[in-house]
Design a protein around this ligand. Structure first.
Ligand code: NAP
Length: 252
């Protein structure tokens, strides 16, 4: 291992940016993004790479070619494929890997959650619950809602939709969290929303819509997380830093 261990942070979350920033003074950090967002939040003073690696074998080869010592998978809880790929690729190369995964939300008194296993199940359930749904699940999987009968949609994403992921007839809003409770309450009221569809993303940045729905007695169709990959997992940036220190030889 070199003097400054080389860390790959698989990113796309606020925690990944915070971890890369905190690790940068002590480690050579490469921050990796899929390239889905036009102007992503980025850490400072680290190498940034963008775009898929090309699958498990290509990621393994990339890890070896770039002399990566440590991998932290800090991707979104719903980024199932890259997490699985990273787990297998790190097993193949013998690279220590950590999953940084923020805790899921849990319902509290006053919440009316209808928990479903995936997005298709959310789409099937919707007509029984409401007629004007707020979707803030990103742009990639909206086609599933295209044929839901009797429900109109207000959808929000960081970037506007393109042809491949548009939901015909939906009202589109763009915006990047964190959102306040006041903003979310106004949005739900102004658009006459009677059901919210959300992934159980966890974290603070997008929780206000859940709290606002509770406040307005609006049900939430809550999409459960996919199973996380096996292997060592921590819930906070501080814990991930401790792992880097311990596994990378305490270079701080
Ligand atoms: P995914 O389905 O797990 O991954 C699909 C493919 O995208 C992967 O196989 C990989 O391509 C590439 N990829 C994904 N994340 C990457 C990264 N950080 N660096 C390099 N390549 C990456 O991923 P996703 O759910 O579309 O998420 C894509 C990105 O958006 C992730 O960085 C994630 O943290 C972020 N994000 C996702 C969500 C969500 O709801 N899914 C929400 C907020 C942010 P190859 O196989 O070619 O290597």
């Amino acid at each position: 291992m070199a003097d400054r261990p080389h860390v790959l942070v698989l990113g796309g979350t606020a925690e990944a940016v915070a971890l890369a920033n905190a690790a940068a003074p002590h480690f050579d950090v490469t921050y990796s993004l899929a390239g889905r967002t036009q102007s992503p939040s980025l850490p400072d003073n680290v190498t940034v790479r963008t775009g898929g690696f090309g699958g498990i074998a290509a990621l393994s080869a990339w890890l070896l070619k770039r002399d990566i010592d440590l991998v932290v998978d800090a991707t979104h809880p719903f980024a199932e494929k890259i997490s699985a790929n990273a787990t297998t690729a790190c097993d193949m190369t013998g690279s220590p890997r950590l999953r940084l995964l923020r805790p899921a939300w849990t319902s509290v008194l006053g919440d009316d959650w209808r928990e479903v296993t995936d997005i298709a199940a959310a789409a099937r359930l919707l007509p029984e619950i409401g007629s004007c749904a707020f979707l803030s699940i990103g742009r990639q999987e909206l086609a599933v809602f295209a044929d839901v009968p009797g429900v109109s949609f207000v959808a929000r994403s960081i970037d506007p939709p393109d042809g491949d992921n548009a939901l015909p007839g939906a009202t589109w809003l763009t915006g990047r969290g964190p959102f306040t409770m006041e903003q979310e309450t106004t949005l739900l009221r102004d658009h006459g929303i009677d059901v919210v569809v959300s992934k159980n993303a966890g974290g603070d940045a997008t929780y206000a819509k859940i709290a606002a729905a509770r406040d307005l007695s609006i049900p939430v169709v809550m999409i459960a997380r996919p199973d996380p990959p096996l292997g060592e997992t921590v819930a906070t940036v501080d814990a991930a830093l401790e792992w880097l220190d311990a596994t990378g030889g305490n270079h701080r």
